[in-house]
Design a protein around this ligand. Structure first.
Ligand SMILES: *[C@@H]1O[C@H](CO)[C@@H](O)[C@H](O)[C@H]1NC(C)=O
Ligand SMILES: *[C@@H]1O[C@H](CO)[C@@H](O)[C@H](O)[C@H]1NC(C)=O
Ligand SMILES: *[C@@H]1O[C@H](CO)[C@@H](O)[C@H](O)[C@H]1NC(C)=O
Length: 411
């Protein structure tokens, strides 16, 4: 009930907040620099809203309790979501969380860049003991082999630590300090589909099983959401990030979308951009009703004016691609399934999902003979180093140096 006001919010507000998704694609035009997240960035959601700095509430609101921040769907249209104010360019990203149960309910942890590079963790509310690991580069939705599912026990009742170790060479998904899947740069279509540009961290919950969504989305989400079973809650205890390319901002020096094209402004600046110290708005207004209103962008913003880029209000948000309201569609399928023939029309844009628009395309359902890209490492026992802030950062110091060097060449 406490979320009812969101449903009533206006469509105009939704338009104004379109930048929460893809406001300006640097592969298509000149865009503002991306503010950098701090070299080490940590949020303890158990400490309450006042301690949550460097995040914006892009939809709904959070409730802070002893276990962390609750992301709750209490009614249709709710999709509380937060997004880091800053961007990291390669790094270690760790989220300690407990996913939401509930048929059709999706808990998501996403890295996403302005040209639609994306890395995901996704939890299907009706599926126990699994998490989906997915990625894509430059919004390329023409592949069907990116998603891999990992086993993880009691995702809905226990906190686990979901981490990504993201470098220019490889991307590793790590659960409770155990590397599970590694994607090498070259394995992602020769690097072309490899996520490699400055990205924000987005965390949210949404109803993929909303009855208004398309059939494929609902199937992927595990069936229609029954709102009489609400509330559905994901709880996030903490986020820890090491930005491997610290600086104050990232500048896209050309339209290639390659990591080499990213220039670090003030390389090495540990505190990053000023936005990292901005306290999250405790009760952001969500424009809600995203699912009902069928717009193709996330809804809500703590402060649309603060980050308002060009073209947030002029362009129809139903536009499936382009500079504004660009959507990303990730085709997901389980092993044993295969994409449709290559002659098939591109996947439709996802239904509106509220805070996060991602991974909502229909799962094709024909036989799938080849293994997905990447490998699931089920034999590992040796954990990687725990997050140690500066220590982790030092370990990648040589890499950071390389990145800074590469960036300086473009100055
Ligand atoms: C991340 O990957 C880099 C490069 O492969 C490695 O040196 C580093 O130890 C890894 N860090 C973690 C926390 O896994
Ligand atoms: C998109 O991905 C597919 C499959 O990897 C690849 O064949 C195609 O060239 C990619 N498109 C672009 C524009 O990179
Ligand atoms: C699996 O993980 C172990 C321990 O982290 C590592 O030694 C091994 O190389 C990994 N295997 C693959 C295929 O990634």
């Amino acid at each position: 009930m406490r979320f009812t006001s969101y449903v009533a919010a206006s469509a105009a507000a939704a338009l104004a907040s379109a930048q929460t998704f893809t406001a300006c694609n640097p592969m298509e035009k000149e865009c503002p620099n991306n503010p950098a997240i701090a070299a080490t960035f940590e949020t303890n959601f158990k400490a309450g809203a006042d301690a949550v700095k460097g995040w914006k509430q892009t939809a709904g609101t959070l409730k802070y309790g002893d276990a962390g921040a609750d992301f709750t769907i209490a009614a249709k249209g709710d999709a509380p979501t937060i997004q880091s104010e800053g961007y990291l360019h390669f790094g270690y990203i760790e989220v300690k969380a407990k996913a939401a149960a509930g048929k059709g309910i999706i808990s998501s942890i996403v890295l996403q860049s302005e040209d639609l590079d994306e890395v995901d963790w996704e939890f299907i509310g009706g599926v126990d003991n699994k998490v989906q690991m997915n990625y894509f580069g430059k919004g390329n939705v023409s592949t069907y082999d990116r998603m891999i599912e990992a086993d993880v026990s009691n995702t809905k009742t226990e906190f686990h630590t979901y981490a990504l170790n993201w470098t220019a060479e490889s991307l590793t998904w790590i659960i409770d300090s155990k590397p599970i899947r590694t994607l090498n740069f070259a394995d992602a279509n020769g690097g072309k589909n490899y996520p490699q540009t400055p990205s924000t961290v987005r965390i949210g919950i949404w109803a993929g099983g909303d009855p208004a969504n398309n059939k494929g989305t609902i199937e992927w989400a595990g069936g229609e959401t029954d709102y009489t079973q609400a509330p559905f809650t994901m709880t996030v205890e903490s986020v820890k990030i090491t930005n491997y390319s610290p600086g104050s901002e990232y500048k896209w020096t050309d339209k290639t979308g390659s990591f080499e094209s990213i220039e670090v402004i003030e390389p090495g600046k540990a505190e990053g951009a000023p936005v990292n110290s901005v306290v999250i708005a405790p009760s952001a207004t969500a424009t809600g009703g995203g699912l009902q209103s069928q717009i193709n962008v996330p809804t809500g913003s703590a402060d649309p004016a603060a980050t308002s880029p060009p073209c947030t209000t002029e362009v129809p948000v139903t536009k499936p691609s382009g500079d504004c309201g660009t959507s990303t569609v990730t085709i997901t399928l389980t092993s044993g399934e295969q994409p449709p023939a290559t002659t098939e029309a591109p996947a439709p844009p996802p239904e509106t999902t509220g805070g996060i628009v991602t991974d909502t395309a229909p799962a094709p359902s024909v036989p799938y003979p080849t293994a997905p890209t990447g490998s699931v490492n089920t034999t590992t026992t040796a954990p990687p180093a725990e997050f140690t802030g500066a220590a982790s950062h030092n370990k990648v110091g040589a890499f950071v140096g390389l990145m800074a060097g590469a960036a300086i060449m473009f100055v």
